[in-house]
Design a binder for this molecule. Sequence first.
Ligand code: WTA
Length: 656
Amino acid sequence: MSDTASSLERDLERLLDQERFPPPPEFVESAEVTELEQVDDHEAFWADKAGALDWAQPWEQVLDWSNPPFAKWFVGGKLNVAYNCVDRHVEAGLGDRVAFHWRGEEGEERDVTYADLHRDVQRFANVLKDHGIETGDIVGIFLPMIPEVVVAMLACARIGAPHNVVFGGFSPESVKERMEVSNAKALITVDGARRKGKTAAVKAAVDEVMEGMPSVKTVFVVRSTGAETPMTEGRDVWVDEAMEAAAADCPAEPFDAEHPLFILYSSGSTAAPKGILHTSGGYLTGVAYTHKLVFDLKPESDVYWCTADVGWITGHSYIVYGPLANGTTSVMYEGAPDYPDKNAWWDVGEKTGTTIFYTAPTAIRAAMKWGPEYAEKHDLSKLRLLGSVGEPINPKAWLWYHKVIGGERCPIVDTWWQTETGHIMISPLPGVTETKPGSATQPLPGIDARVLTDDGEDAGTAQGFLTLNRPWPGMLRTLFGDDERFVETYWKKYGKETYFVGDAARKDEDGYFWVIGRVDDVLNVSGHRMSTAEIESAIVSHEKVAEAAVIGQPDEDSGQSVTAFVTLGGSQADGDDDTVNEIREHVAKKIGKLARPKRIIWADDLPKTRSGKIMRRLLRDIAEGKELGDVTTLRDPDVMQQLETKVKERQSADEE
Ligand code: WTA
């Protein structure tokens, strides 16, 4: 170990003994909020926050909760989300302010101002209208991290066409499924996307699944890399050409506060993804307020960088809607943290003068593994606040982040929330909260979170189920086209007034929340949410496979990793390496590379109950080498012994 490495180890050891981190005095001195707001009147509180937006027509009622769990916020109010994110800043004389310092992986630079957005969003909105997109039509978006993705989302918002963004890492088959189930009328995609020096021909790949998307009448293609792009006459439209031909002005028509803003598909406990539906007034109120509060935002001086992809909720809420509603200058980076080399992020951070940095624990753990020398080579002294999201952050990674990236002077906000909640729910306030590494600390003002026992009693300081006990403005309104599943998934366990989160948590003696992880069959791999059922169904659709069961295993790098127990069809023996690769590639094709199993274990049979239900709990025990839980309900207890042998064989093969 080198001297610097061992001195870092010593520093981390020292920090490990320090259990609490009060906000640094220099930070508090200039913090926007230094006292926790007391909320006596919940509705008045949120009405006050909604007042930060520009309403074309004021609301008559703050909250209508007469038909739980279907909430309506700011009833009767009207606003235009795109107007709030763009026009009003330009009207206030801030047109020259940079909205995005966009940076590409080869060092390309493009600064997009609010005036640029104003011009482009209007033209793009007119392009949509010119091609028959009307208010209420669903528009799919499958784009990489380029400024056009923001323009496309805002163009949809401007004309009241809910967008359905699919993360760029998903496969065209996943795009197809999401377009089909949302009955999307159009899809906005790109000629090609860059990743680590290579270009993927996105439009050409999407074309292969077009037949499965009968509702999609128009494909809008953004020109980005110049990749070879087949165009179908009468269906496909080059966005740049159409924008040139379109009118410059597109009025921002006000829509109802409850007008749907977007659908975002997320994984649940079955193979079918859930179309989480968010609406306009409440959602924008929630993201704008929490973005300002949690990140201590000073829009005139901060350079804010959220490293998420726009295709996830974090991108929707904290790259696009929250920051833009607040007139923020953000960094948007199209690339990986380790391309062209492991300096990539810190180069961007230094050159853009990033002051607020928001990322995922998995990225911090990767940086930690690569070593501090990359970050240390850069001047990151402008950084004043760090954030974490997507999964629990282990104290060691927290401390490393605090020490190496934050130079021990930046508070860390560990923000807990979900696609469903729309915005941050539990988080420290950087100028107020004493933090404890690994805890998301306490609910934000206006939010009522609790930990309950299985029977709905207060769990005290014991582990229990996390719940949210009062409606909040950014909450999902339903699952698209499936009210029943909405009620069943979130509002059945504890009744229609208590939202069941799906996370296990513990509240300590100081009232701090420690989120432990999912309690359903949802995996969290590198902060990406996936369902075991979705991956199983992809594996089973491979011709050689008869049956599969997927579990998540703890993983040092990615938080969790995917392990699949697979039974091959017919009288086939165990698969070989080629079969492993085939199955992994098949999953990549069906869902996306992110869902590929890290480990495949061949199984002659799977542990099942007498009614044929696979007992994943036992598979988890066996994979972890734990004492087996109750096996009395198994149809065939012998299965377990065979599996144990297989797991051991696999482990010794892995070790070699
Ligand atoms: C997990 C991402 C611990 C949690 C915004 C939640 C977290 C799921 C944290 C939602 C955190 C998110 N600490 N766990 N700070 N943030 N999670 O919908 O299990 O992609 O239910 O939203 O991620 O994932 P989703």
